[in-house]
Design a protein around this ligand. Structure first.
Ligand SMILES: *[C@@H]1O[C@H](CO)[C@@H](O)[C@H](O)[C@H]1NC(C)=O
Ligand SMILES: *[C@@H]1O[C@H](CO)[C@@H](O)[C@H](O)[C@H]1NC(C)=O
Ligand SMILES: *[C@@H]1O[C@H](CO)[C@@H](O)[C@H](O)[C@H]1NC(C)=O
Ligand SMILES: *[C@@H]1O[C@H](CO)[C@@H](O)[C@H](O)[C@H]1NC(C)=O
Length: 458
């Protein structure tokens, strides 16, 4: 017989009660006090885990329904099931493919570990590059022009499933401006040195026979990136990628990416207005063209158009522009250390007061390594780790308080248990708990097995 830890038991009971209840349960019927505390056993973990996670809250009926609901826009505000919705959370760029562990798909344990941290931080959205940017690498969705690699979807499908289970929404860029230098350090293959490990617009340019050299801001010719926007054959090949990707059906949920309410929307590309490569920003006709395609394929998803970079002046200017055309403004990346000028608290208070600014996504979240005894390290100096030590705890509290203020009286995220590391081996209770959040469609057996495997490695 299964012995449930007390909190999980209450949650499990309330969830089965939901299914059987003859009287409608009012939205937000359940208490949600979330003191920082310790949940579930940690005894089977290999090493001491120092983090403490908030005690899980009890999902309301609303929390259950929101997993199947699309985020919608009305003017410069977002809504989920008729309640105002704010975008707040981290960037986790590595969910589809990670270059920090060799170049490999992240383990399912790491994905759940990260999502649990996001949930503990009261977040609503994750911005996840490699769930949409995936070209030119043997492990990509499109390793070579018009060659499709269905195996690359395993990690993407699992990340989308995990986000659903945690009640989170995903914002996904479809290409990337970057030609990054650090790729050189990882791979000696000359065919890859000109673009980042997950690929991006330069991969399409290279596929169409344009030659260039150098990386990052030193690319030559410096305007070569413009071919991505001005050449019909290249635009069409990018459209074929979008078409293939959005029509992909998730092996766990049975839901095509274009129809999945877990996805809040698609960003035409990451940092496409980065002017440092001399190629100029994405031209409006290209953005219109790509946005129309996305909307035709996925009419219930939002489309995001990005700019770059951000400072307080630019934030106010950009917000004013978005509000003038009755659209929503999201800060898609910012430095959570607050070392790039304005301190975080001032920036947050400024943003929270503005109606058209839905919220912020900090750069960027990492979690434990597979054995739970250490963390996956990344070299850009901006990796955030939930509760790793006093510094991260202090900064994390500022980020979480910001999320709580944004969510107040709106769509309040529930908190689900930390699973992958500290609660590993929690007697099957957590597994069963999370299984209750699987969609009714798709291959529920495979989805449950995937979740279970994520909780039982090591
Ligand atoms: C496209 O961009 C490239 C690189 O900037 C430029 O050399 C070329 O003339 C452009 N072609 C058109 C049709 O605008
Ligand atoms: C946008 O306009 C430019 C110049 O007018 C043209 O070269 C390009 O092909 C157009 N792009 C699209 C996607 O229509
Ligand atoms: C902020 O960005 C604006 C617009 O790009 C620029 O003119 C200004 O110099 C920047 N301010 C600071 C303090 O970097
Ligand atoms: C937990 O803290 C101890 C003592 O400070 C430290 O030795 C250990 O490495 C920490 N564990 C992790 C996973 O960070």
């Amino acid at each position: 017989m299964l012995v449930l830890p007390p909190v999980a038991a209450v949650l499990a009971l309330s969830l089965s009660a939901l299914g059987l209840a003859s009287n409608p349960i009012p939205l937000d019927a359940f208490p949600r006090a979330v003191p920082r505390g310790v949940f579930a056993e940690r005894s089977t973990s290999k090493c001491t885990v120092n983090e403490t996670y908030p005690t899980p809250s009890l999902p309301s009926l609303y929390d259950l329904l929101k997993r199947d609901a699309f985020v919608t826009r009305k003017g410069s505000e977002l809504f989920l099931l008729n309640k105002p919705f704010r975008v707040v959370g981290p960037n986790i760029y590595w969910l589809g493919l990670d270059e920090n562990v060799g170049i490999a798909y992240p383990s399912k344990s790491r994905v759940l570990d990260a999502m649990a941290a996001v949930s503990a931080m009261r977040s609503t959205v994750i911005r996840a590059h490699t769930l949409g940017v995936s070209v030119g690498n043997p492990l990509s969705v499109e390793p070579a022009l018009d060659v499709w690699n269905e195996d690359a979807y395993e990690s993407i499908d699992f990340a989308v499933l995990a986000a659903r289970v945690y009640g989170l929404k995903l914002m996904i860029p479809l290409t990337d401006n970057s030609v990054v230098d650090f790729w050189l350090a990882h791979v000696a293959l000359t065919s890859f040195v000109l673009h980042s490990y997950h690929g991006g617009k330069y991969q399409f340019i290279q596929w169409h026979g344009h030659t260039f050299s150098g990386t990052g801001a030193n690319i030559t010719p410096e305007d070569v990136g413009a071919y991505f926007f001005n050449t019909t054959a290249i635009v069409n090949s990018f459209k074929r990628f979008i078409n293939h990707h959005l029509n992909h059906v998730n092996r766990y949920t049975g839901i095509a990416l274009k129809d999945d309410p877990t996805i809040i929307g698609w960003e035409t590309g990451n940092e496409l207005s980065a002017m440092r490569f001399g190629d100029g920003p994405a031209p409006p006709n290209w953005t219109r063209d790509i946005a129309r395609l996305i909307k035709r394929l996925a009419p219930k998803h939002l489309v995001f158009d990005g700019t770059y970079p951000l400072n307080t002046t630019k934030f106010h200017d950009g917000l004013a522009q978005a509000e003038a055309v009755d659209r929503v403004y999201v800060v898609g990346e910012f430095d959570w250390r607050g070392t790039s000028g304005t301190d975080m608290e001032t920036f947050f208070r400024d943003l929270e007061a503005r109606r058209g600014a839905t919220g912020t996504l900090f750069w960027s979240l990492f979690g434990h390594s597979d054995d739970c005894c250490s963390y996956v390290e990344h070299d850009d100096g901006l990796s955030f780790y939930y509760d790793r030590d006093d510094f991260y705890r202090t900064q994390g509290d500022i980020l979480t308080a910001h999320a709580e203020r944004l969510n107040r009286g709106r769509v309040t995220p529930e908190i689900l248990p930390q699973v992958a590391c500290p609660s590993r081996g929690a007697g099957g209770a957590v597994e069963q708990l999370l299984e209750r959040f699987l969609p009714l469609t798709g291959n529920r057996g495979a989805a449950a097995a995937a979740l279970k495997s994520a909780m039982s490695t090591v």
